[in-house]
Design a protein around this ligand. Structure first.
Ligand code: ATP
Ligand code: FE
Length: 328
C-alpha cells in the first residue's frame, strides 16, 4: 500500500508515493525558481498559478512512472500548513477533488511534521527521546521530543530563520536564487577570516539572525572590494558556531538517544559535517534526511501521513498557514 503525498506550501509542486516503511516508489518536484528569480523572493500570486498548472500533470506523471494502481493507494496526504495561503489552497482543493473522484480518504498534514519525518525516508533512523533541530526557510528551532507526538519547544528565533539569512546574504552577494546552496558553495572556497557576530551564542536556546545579516550588509558597504567567498565563509562560520553551541548545550542537558537535523538548511554539506562532529563527540546518534529529502518534498508529507492514519488523527482540508511543530 502507498500514500500519495502532495506538497504545495511554498514554491515547489511536489508529488510522491511512499509506503509505510518510508520507501519512495516515485516522486517528482516541479520548482519555480525561474518564475520568482526577478523578484528576489517568492511572489505568492505567481506561485499559486504555477502550482495550478503543474499539479495534475505531476500527479499523472508520478502515477504513470511507478505503475502504482489506484487500488494500491490507501490515502492522500496534503500539506495544510504552514505556508502561503494561495499555494496551500491549490494543493488542498486538488486533493479534495481527487479524494472525491477516487473514493480515497484525504488528510491535511503539518509541513513541519513532514520535515521531521524526512529522516526516516528510505531507512528508519529516528529513536526517542530525540533532540530536533529544525532549520528551514521559515523556522529555526530546537525541540525535545519524548515520542512521535510530543514536543517541548526549547527555543526558536526572535527574527530571521537561518535559511532566510542564507538567502538574504546570497542576494546581497548577487548569488541569485536559490541562495542557500550558492552561499554554501562559495563558503567552501573562502577563508572565514572576517569576524561577524555570533548572536545570542551565550544565551540558552533562543536564536536571532537579523543582526548577523545586518553586519554582513555593513561589511559589504564598507569594503566595496570584498571577496564573495571569504564573506560567505565567515557568515557560515558564524551561523555554524551559534547552531553548534546551542545543540551541544541541549545534548548535554537533555541526553537524547538521537539528534535529528531537518529542514532545507540540513541540505548543506557544511551543516551536516558540523552536526556529525558534535554527534560523534557527544556520543549521540545523528539522524539526517537523505540529501534529496532535506528541502521541501512530498515524500516526507506522505510518510508523515502514515502517522496520522495509525493514530486515526482526522484533520480537515482547510489551509492553516500558521501551524506549529506540535500541531497535527
Ligand atoms: P518551512 O519549512 O520553515 O515552512 P520552507 O519550506 O520555505 O520553510 P525549506 O524548503 O525547508 O523551507 O528550506 C529552504 C531553505 O533552505 C532556504 O532558506 C534555503 O536557502 C535553505 N537551503 C537549501 N539548501 C541549502 C544548502 N545547501 N545550504 C544552506 N541552505 C540551504
Ligand atoms: Fe519546508
Amino acid at each position: 500500500d502507498f500514500v500519495l503525498g502532495i506538497e504545495t506550501s511554498c514554491d515547489d509542486t511536489a508529488i510522491a508515493l511512499v509506503d509505510r516503511d518510508g520507501n519512495v516508489a516515485g516522486a517528482k518536484t516541479v520548482a519555480q525558481f525561474d518564475i520568482h528569480a526577478e523578484f528576489g523572493g517568492v511572489y505568492p500570486e505567481l506561485a499559486s498559478r504555477a502550482h495550478l498548472e503543474a499539479i495534475l500533470p505531476t500527479v499523472d506523471s508520478v502515477l504513470g512512472a511507478t505503475g502504482v494502481l489506484l487500488a494500491d493507494i490507501k490515502a492522500i496526504g496534503v500539506t495544510r500548513g504552514p505556508g502561503l495561503i494561495g499555494s496551500l489552497l491549490v494543493g488542498l482543493s486538488t486533493v479534495q477533488a481527487l479524494s472525491f473522484a477516487w473514493g480515497k480518504p484525504a488528510i491535511g498534514i503539518n509541513h513541519l511534521r513532514g520535515h521531521l519525518r524526512s529522516v526516516d525516508l528510505e531507512e528508519k533512523r529516528l529513536t526517542y527521546p530525540a533532540l530536533v533541530l529544525l532549520v528551514s526557510g521559515g523556522h529555526t528551532l530546537l525541540a525535545y521530543s519524548k515520542d512521535k507526538w510530543s514536543f517541548e519547544l526549547l527555543g526558536t528565533t526572535r527574527d530571521d530563520s537561518v535559511g532566510e539569512s542564507y538567502d538574504k546574504v546570497a542576494r546581497m552577494l548577487g548569488l541569485g536564487m536559490p541562495g542557500g546552496p550558492a552561499v554554501d558553495i562559495c563558503a567552501k572556497q573562502g577563508n572565514p577570516a572576517i569576524r561577524f557576530p555570533k548572536p545570542m551564542i551565550k544565551e540558552g536556546y533562543e536564536f536571532s539572525f537579523s543582526g548577523l545579516k545586518s553586519s554582513v550588509a555593513r561589511h559589504l558597504e564598507n569594503n566595496p572590494d570584498f571577496d564573495v567567498n571569504d564573506v560567505s565563509a565567515s557568515f557560515v562560520a558564524s551561523c555554524l558556531a551559534v547552531l553548534s553551541t546551542k545543540v551541544t548545550r541541549a545534548i548535554k542537558e537533555y541526553k537524547p538517544a538521537s539528534f535529528a537535523v531537518v529542514g532545507g538548511v540540513a541540505a548543506s554539506p557544511q551543516v551536516r559535517q558540523a552536526m556529525q562532529d558534535i554527534a560523534t563527540k557527544e556520543g549521540v546518534c545523528l539522524c539526517l534526511p537523505p540529501l534529496k529529502w532535506a528541502t521541501d518534498n512530498a515524500a516526507m508529507i506522505a510518510l508523515a501521513t502514515w502517522d496520522y492514519l495509525d493514530q486515526d488523527i482526522q484533520t480537515g482540508l482547510e489551509p492553516k498557514p500558521n501551524l506549529r511543530l506540535g500541531d497535527a
